[in-house]
Design a protein around this ligand. Structure first.
Ligand SMILES: [Zn+2]
Length: 297
């Protein structure tokens, strides 16, 4: 494993590094996972107990072991934090682990496994039966969930709460005020290991990079526009705001923008000078009219 993890041309290593990068770039408030520094094939993950269940408020740490043939063979999961749902230090039997190899799909990834495990927490009765499953009473599970937050992984040497802090209050409010999340999470979580192909795993780098580039161009053109547009005159604040929109829309053509901006600037200058000219013309017309009237009289 150690030798394989050093070989960056190894397809499994490449894939795992890609997943690690994707998870780091797009973190979740529900779980935190990363490969060990000395073995990329072993990950440690802290997972939040599903809301609306005995495990709510709990934080559970577990190992994810990836085979050398990953992603063509599934990962194994071994729970480390006492939880009352899964045995400790035992490979858990769920459809995406090596107990059900035939159900694993290479398009799935570590994130799929974590989300799937979260969905397995609340299962009860016949659905919960399997290797590594245990069914503690509700009260005991709640007690373990409360204790789990301060549980420290001997390897990571950090408590679960340090690894996965509670999300900000605003997020808590929104998630608790919306009662459906736990139910919908359960509903969505139960089938995923078998049916839902993980949409999140594959689009890792390619979608993240282009969007970063794309907004850059408009932003830059915006800056250049800002510098071009006269900023001093407070009187012109009214007409200014609507301008950026058409500029952004036409960001593709750069030369017309400069022309438009210049024209706009000239127009504001013209408007003020035109007012003066208009006034002068009015005065002259009145004078001319008065002279004509006097001549006629
Ligand atoms: Zn750990």
């Amino acid at each position: 494993m150690a030798a394989a993890s050093l070989n960056k041309n190894n397809s499994a290593v490449k894939r795992i590094m890609q997943e690690a990068k994707e998870l780091a770039n797009d973190p979740s408030t529900d779980y935190s996972a990363a490969p060990l520094e000395d073995d990329i094939f072993e990950w440690h993950c802290t997972l939040r107990g599903p809301a609306g269940t005995d495990f709510e408020g709990g934080l559970f740490h577990f190992r994810i072991l990836l085979p050398a043939e990953y992603p063509f063979r599934p990962p194994s999961i071994m729970m480390l934090t006492p939880n009352g749902r899964f045995e400790l230090n035992t490979k858990i039997c769920i459809s995406f682990t090596n107990y059900h190899e035939e159900l694993w799909q290479p398009a799935w990834g570590v994130r799929t496994a974590i989300i799937g495990l979260q969905g397995f927490f609340p299962l009860k009765g016949q659905n919960a039966v399997g290797v590594g499953s245990i069914e503690y009473p509700s009260g005991e599970r709640k007690r373990l969930a409360a204790l789990s937050r301060e549980w420290v992984c001997p390897h990571c040497k950090e408590s679960n709460l340090d690894i996965l802090p509670d999300p900000p209050a605003a997020v808590n409010l929104s998630s608790s005020s919306a009662a459906p999340p736990p139910n919908s999470a359960l509903a969505a979580a139960a089938p995923p290991p078998i049916d839902t192909p993980p949409k999140e795993t594959l689009p890792t780098d390619s979608p993240t990079e282009p969007p970063i580039d794309a907004p850059h161009e408009p932003v830059e053109t915006m800056h250049s526009i800002d510098t071009l547009v006269p900023s001093g005159s407070p009187g012109s604040v009214g007409p200014l705001p609507p301008r950026p929109a058409p500029f952004i829309a036409r960001a593709g053509a750069e030369t017309p923008i400069a022309g438009i901006v210049q024209e706009a600037r000239q127009q504001t200058q013209r408007k003020t000078s035109l007012l003066l000219v208009d006034g002068a013309i009015c005065v002259l017309l009145v004078l001319a009219f008065a002279i004509l009237c006097r001549k006629i009289v």
